[in-house]
Design a protein around this ligand. Structure first.
Ligand code: SAM
Length: 388
């Protein structure tokens, strides 16, 4: 239904995100001046002009990908799929000397292999070109000029142009990572969910490769998330408007009046080396203070402030050690972080209980396929552990 409408009015778009971040993304898209913004599961549907499309890629922190649906048909087997995909004039989308790639997304009892549906759509495109001109565009799955998605839901097939290319969580600043790095979109999402005011003290005491403090600093300093990307797919579209995109790219982003104190700390010197490097890629000048320290030994500035972290989950650490770590975390929060709000993201619900602190909010999020909880522990002056 949503796709029909988006295709019919020709200005329809779909932004993909991680489950749990749909409200935030809808807010970001609305702020760009998009119309008819509607939420689905892991998607936001909206309408807008070319500027909205470019800005959705360049300026939103919680979008993974922006797609533009352009054709829809019904198919229940591979022949109907082939015929349906051949039912449009592909020369309006690409030319014989361009390269293309097809990605398939499948949720249908009629088809069972997304690679195969992508192959049939590719055949339909190549055969139409060959029949018409004798020449056909080549497939390049690594660096194509045009990326096309085929989504099949039941017997409903939708063709969409991918305007992003590489997923938008790949901001371009993270060259190396430490253990279990957080997806940048999820990091930005949890900071936004926490309601951090972008002025008060911000700490991630287990920052690994620095994703959370770097995303926080990019927000506080108004740095667009897309500024370090080498390219967006829409830059290779035949209708690319260079002047419009340059205007968006070069727009001034004034530094904040109040500079927040942002601290990233980790007990691993190796992790902090990586985090420092990633931060250097993200902004010249020192916007984040990095420390090598265990959480137990770190002295934070006095509150108020916010602490956001994702401690080890359990894959690399034994369950009993994880319980001790969370119990120590609870003690340290209580002793040193009075006046802070602590937000902890973990896929290990059991371990979270060992902090012994009373959660004020619990939000379910997904780190890829992994279900996580983002839990808020307010730490009041004189906060007591609940004794579990
Ligand atoms: C899941 S990783 C964090 C990943 C990080 N958010 C990123 O995007 O790269 C957990 C981190 O906690 C650190 N860590 C574990 N125990 C710690 C402790 N007691 N004090 C400080 N850091 C600790 C590990 O070195 C690791 O870098």
């Amino acid at each position: 239904m949503e796709f029909d409408r988006l295709i019919a009015n020709k200005t329809g778009m779909v932004a993909k995100t991680l489950r749990g971040l749909e409200d935030l993304l809808a807010g970001e898209i609305e702020a760009l001046g998009a119309h008819n913004v509607r939420k689905g599961t892991r998607v936001v549907y909206f309408e807008g002009n070319k500027e909205v499309l470019y800005r959705a890629n360049f300026n939103t922190r919680t979008a993974l990908r922006i797609l533009k649906p352009f054709h829809e048909f019904r198919a229940r087997d591979e022949n109907e799929l082939y015929r349906g995909a051949g039912g449009i004039d592909w020369s309006t989308i690409l030319s014989a000397n361009m390269t293309f790639a097809i990605d398939g997304v499948l949720n249908s009892p009629y088809f069972n292999h997304s690679g195969y549906i992508a192959l049939r759509v590719k055949d339909a495109i190549a055969d139409q070109f060959r029949a018409g001109t004798g020449k056909r565009p080549n497939v390049d799955t690594i660096d194509p000029d045009i990326r096309i998605n085929i989504h099949i839901s039941g017997d409903k097939c939708t063709l969409l142009l991918d305007s992003s290319g590489e997923s938008l969580h790949r901001r371009g600043y993270r060259e190396a990572t430490h253990h279990a790095p957080l997806n940048e979109v999820l990091a930005a999402g949890i900071i936004m969910l926490s309601g951090w005011d972008r002025r008060s003290v911000f700490i991630d005491p287990m920052c690994g490769s620095g994703t959370i403090p770097i995303e926080a600093a990019m927000m506080a300093y108004n740095i667009p998330p897309g500024i370090y990307r080498k390219q967006f797919a829409f830059e290779r579209w035949p209708d690319f408007d260079d002047t419009l995109f340059s205007k968006i790219y070069n727009q001034e982003h004034p530094e904040p009046k109040e500079i927040p104190h942002i601290i990233g700390s980790d007990m691993s010197a190796h992790a902090i080396g990586i985090a420092r490097n990633n931060a250097k890629n993200a902004f010249p000048g020192k916007k984040i203070e990095f420390r090598i320290s265990s959480f137990e030994n770190m002295m934070p500035p006095p509150g108020p402030g916010i602490l956001i972290t994702n401690p080890p989950y359990g894959e690399r650490i034994r369950a009993d050690n994880l319980q001790v770590l969370h119990s120590v975390m609870g003690d340290v929060l209580k002793k040193r972080y009075a006046g802070y709000s602590a937000w902890v993201l973990s896929s290990n619900k059991e371990a979270l209980k060992f902090t012994g602190l009373k959660p004020e909010r619990k939000i379910t999020l997904y780190n890829g396929p992994l279900e996580c909880r983002l839990v808020k522990f307010p730490v009041y002056p004189g906060s007591r552990k609940t004794g579990k």
